[in-house]
Design a protein around this ligand. Structure first.
Ligand code: ZN
Length: 308
């Protein structure tokens, strides 16, 4: 589909659409990370790894970085990235001929995609700016594809900036992480995900199960109680509650779950965050939602019991 898109694809996207794509990166809570990117832009690292935030925020921030490195507005005369010049617009819409956006959000990134990018790396960027290779949700790289990518990262590639996106750096091969400059986006917060009262009772049940080891499996096995969408909302609710427990923010979610999570230490918080990211991924890949939530409940109970 995207291969048939015109090279000059700016007409295909309205300014409104471009603004919508960029919005998650422009939130005030990401001002710190944007500030870092501006400082890095004069000498961009070959590989930038962005973790934290939500999937949409990571993707938008990678496009912001691409626009920043390619914007044609003079920094002395205007704000960069302007998000309006041709280079910005084409980068954000992923229509720029120096933009390679490998999308692992819905299915894994294939070795053929990585090979196709490797094929052009020996040539200078065509547009005179910075070539961008973005691996969106790089944890979905297969082992072969990750190793092929690694070979590219080992050699200096003047004019090319790689961006790896992942929920946490621990989800990637350590050899990839060690070659990267790592930036951590702010945790998902209440302002980015609306309150979902329907799933509060699931949160209360999770807390009850972690405390007592009862009352959970009959919920997930009840006919019709749980589909993929409900399970995804439960995972998002727990991510929000975890973020609130860590930051001490007031949260309108499940109060027992918040109390339970707030009582855990930083290591447990980080492990739970990884568990939640894996649940999210499993649901994207259509693993049975009851299995995913049962695994979540079991991990939660074990992690909290270990730290009791
Ligand atoms: Zn621009």
């Amino acid at each position: 589909m995207s291969s048939s898109a015109p090279v000059d694809g700016t007409a295909a996207r309205s300014v409104l659409e471009l603004e919508q794509i960029m919005a998650p990166a422009l939130a005030s809570r990401h001002a710190r990370v944007r500030g870092f990117l501006h400082r890095l832009a004069s000498r961009p690292p070959q590989v930038l790894l962005m973790e934290g935030g939500t999937v949409d925020e990571r993707a938008a921030m990678a496009l912001y970085w691409a626009a920043l490195l390619n914007c044609t507005v003079d920094g002395g005369k205007g704000v960069r990235p302007c998000l309006a010049c041709t280079a910005c617009a084409q980068m954000i819409a992923c229509h720029h001929r120096d933009m390679f956006f490998l999308d692992g959000r819905e299915e894994s990134i294939k070795i053929d995609d990585v090979r196709a990018v490797r094929g052009v790396l020996g040539e200078p960027p065509r547009g005179g700016g910075q070539r961008m290779v973005i691996l969106c949700e790089a944890q979905s790289l297969g082992v072969e594809a990750a190793n092929a990518l690694l070979k590219s990262l080992e050699e200096p590639r003047p004019g090319t900036s790689f961006v790896l996106l992942a929920p946490q750096r621990e989800r990637l091969l350590p050899t990839l992480v060690s070659r990267s400059w790592v930036l951590t986006l702010a945790w998902p917060s209440a302002e980015t995900v609306p309150v979902d009262p329907d799933v509060v009772e699931w949160g209360e049940a999770l807390a009850e199960f972690a405390r007592t080891g009862t009352g959970w499996f009959q919920r997930t096995s009840a006919k019709g109680a749980l589909d993929n969408s409900v399970a995804q909302r439960v995972v998002v609710m727990m991510q929000r509650t975890l973020a609130a427990a860590i930051t001490g923010a007031a949260e309108a979610g499940a109060p027992s779950l918040l109390r339970l999570l707030a009582a855990q230490d930083a290591l447990t918080h980080r492990r739970l965050d990884e568990v939640l990211a894996e649940c999210q991924e499993s649901l994207v890949f259509n693993v049975n939602p009851a299995l995913v939530l049962d695994w979540l409940a079991t991990r939660l109970a074990l992690l909290c019991a270990l730290r009791r």
